[in-house]
Design a protein around this ligand. Structure first.
Ligand SMILES: Cc1cc2nc3c(=O)[nH]c(=O)nc-3n(C[C@H](O)[C@H](O)[C@H](O)COP(=O)(O)O)c2cc1C
Length: 185
């Protein structure tokens, strides 16, 4: 079975993303077909990128970078849970992506996003970033609207419709995640 990390991008106090990431993780675990782990970027304590050499050269200097690289390296695929901040993803997630390079390569990215238009603009940016990191990004996507999918814009209220889209996303991530394993051998 492949290993999939569900990465919670927002590190903000009162973040609404926590409910979304926990829902995605619990739904994925119940569905099965892969091993899932929930990663909260808050727990990684990454500073703003402070590597002296560009990460693509794979000469990590800092202990926190080596630790993060080891963590990312254990997974075959990723489902990023992203808010939309100023028509893009949040800085914490972009920073975590920037920190390492080879550990993302030839792996799979899927997206669960939220915002006033479902976080769609954040994901458009993330798709470009994923491509630069040599990640295959799947077509299926879960878009959540802050006005109708969250009670008082805060508490996430999942529906059958959301579940259906999440299952589709997970299926595609597992399928491509399994296929790309052969590329990395
Ligand atoms: C700095 C900042 C910028 C934002 N910009 C956007 C935006 O461009 N589009 C949007 O739909 N929502 C935007 N929002 C609203 C967020 O979608 C909303 O605050 C959401 O709760 C953020 O996710 P989080 O609580 O998990 O951090 C922004 C919020 C913040 C904090």
């Amino acid at each position: 079975m492949i290993k999939i990390a569900i990465i919670l991008g927002s590190t903000r106090p009162n973040r609404i993303g926590e409910g979304v990431a926990k829902w995605a993780y619990e739904t994925a675990k119940a569905k099965g077909g892969a091993e899932f782990e929930l990663i909260d970027l808050r727990d990684q304590n990454l500073p703003l990128l402070d590597e002296p050499i560009t990460p693509s050269r794979h000469k990590y200097a800092n202990e926190h970078t080596i630790k993060w690289a080891e963590k990312v390296g254990t997974f075959d695929a990723f489902i990023f849970v992203t808010p939309e901040y100023n028509h893009s993803t949040c800085a914490a997630l972009k920073n975590a992506l920037d920190f390492v390079y080879a550990e993302w390569n030839n792996k799979v990215a899927g997206f669960v996003s939220y915002g006033s238009v479902g976080g769609s603009r954040a994901v458009e940016h993330l798709r470009g970033i994923a491509t630069e990191l040599k990640m295959a990004n799947v077509h299926a996507q879960v878009l959540l609207y802050t006005d109708r999918d969250f009670e008082h814009y805060t508490v996430f209220k999942p529906t059958e419709h959301h579940e259906k889209h999440l299952h589709k996303l997970i299926d595609q991530v597992i399928s491509w995640g399994t296929a790309l394993k052969t590329v990395r051998v």
